[in-house]
Design a protein around this ligand. Structure first.
Ligand SMILES: C[S@@+](CC[C@H](N)C(=O)[O-])C[C@H]1O[C@@H](n2cnc3c(N)ncnc32)[C@H](O)[C@@H]1O
Length: 341
């Protein structure tokens, strides 16, 4: 599954409830979620998680601002990543402003608990997300032994994504109480940034899915180092290209390439085609060129056969005046500008 190119995040499902009946009062609903933890079939999913550890890419440290910024999706604009026409809609972003820490400061009991809120990066359509961090006493964990013979204490965090207007609790509260119960059940240690296990609590109206994350950061970031305001996810770029069913020797053009997500994904995944990218914005062309350089450098460090280059050129041009002969292109694949969003 780690080789799938159109998948942003992978997780193993612990249990799925299609029609979970939430109690009306907040206390009762949260108590139910807490009680759920010890009834869930964790054993097999944890085995999958353990197996996955030997297969997945090495952990990259989470950026600090993820932790601190409650204005969840804003962090993407730090690197200018938010945006292609087919990504989150404006409405989604407004929904995200409902992030509990931003508009609903936790009162009473909440403020006593050290908490952080780290939304995952933009992949959910949702209204709010929260991770919980509560201090825990260290103890043994299932399955993973430490080198010195002592059982290794696993660190965990819970990420809750909640969507729907009928819930009496916030995602923050759900993550906090569910997290507390996970901690008690497994005797794991809660840690927001340096966690071994990320437990996912996805609540969408009456549907509840509890899972364990198998990827640590969204796979859509591959190959792009220089982001622009409308950079397309590599996972989407892959899907678009795949729909075109490229054949070896095909000439594939993205005439409005922006930072080059489509042609770069194309060159990486369909190296037997020739990819031509262009944009009328000099800045976009520069970013695309930088991204191609990064890909070249990455290839150089891999093996010598790909170090010579990537089958991709980037040019500044205007789509109304392409320097291409009629009939010389096999596939045109592009992510069009849709004006003001
Ligand atoms: C939605 S963005 C493409 C984003 C791109 N897929 C990426 O990953 O960065 C649309 C692009 O079309 C470019 N564009 C707009 N009008 C153009 C024109 N007349 N000729 C060429 N490119 C144009 C813009 O500069 C912008 O970079």
């Amino acid at each position: 599954v780690h080789r799938l190119r159109s998948v942003d995040n992978l997780f193993v499902v612990v249990q799925e409830f299609k029609d979970y009946q939430f109690k009306e009062s907040k206390e009762d609903a949260l108590k139910d979620l807490e009680d759920l933890v010890k009834k869930l079939p964790w054993t097999d999913p944890l085995k999958v998680w353990e197996l996955n550890n030997s297969l997945k890419k090495k952990k990259t440290k989470r950026k600090k601002h993820n932790l601190q910024s409650p204005a969840s999706k804003e962090k993407l604009s730090d690197v200018g990543e938010e945006g292609g026409a087919d990504q989150n809609t404006t409405n989604d972003q407004e929904d995200c402003a409902q992030n509990p820490v931003a508009v609903e400061p936790a009162g009473g009991q909440d403020t006593e608990n050290p908490q952080g809120v780290t939304p995952r990066d933009g992949e959910e359509e949702d209204s709010e997300q929260a991770d919980v961090n509560a201090e825990a006493q260290a103890s043994s964990a299932s399955g993973t032994g430490a080198a010195d013979g002592q059982p290794k204490v696993l660190r965990f965090r819970v990420t809750c994504n909640r969507a729907g207007d009928k819930h009496s609790f916030t995602s923050n509260e759900a993550a906090r109480d569910f997290g507390g119960a996970v901690q008690e059940h497994f005797q794991w240690k809660a840690d927001m940034t340096n966690f071994d296990v990320e437990v996912l609590l996805n609540i969408h109206n009456n549907e509840v899915v509890v899972g364990i994350a198998l990827t640590e950061e969204s796979l859509h970031r591959r190959n792009i180092t220089h982001f622009g305001p409308t950079t397309l996810r590599s996972t989407l770029a892959y899907g678009m290209l795949r729909l075109c069913d490229p054949q070896p020797t095909d000439i594939i053009v993205d005439p409005m390439c922006g930072t080059g997500a489509i042609p770069i994904e194309g060159a990486a995944e369909w190296p037997h085609c020739y990819h031509i990218a262009g944009d009328n914005s000099p800045q976009a062309v520069k970013r695309a060129a930088n991204n191609i350089c990064s890909l070249l450098r990455k290839n150089e460090s891999k093996d010598s056969s790909t170090a010579l280059g990537v089958p991709l050129d980037v040019i500044q041009w205007d789509i109304c005046n392409l320097p291409l002969r009629t009939g010389s292109v096999d596939i045109v694949v592009t992510d069009m500008p849709f004006g003001k969003r």
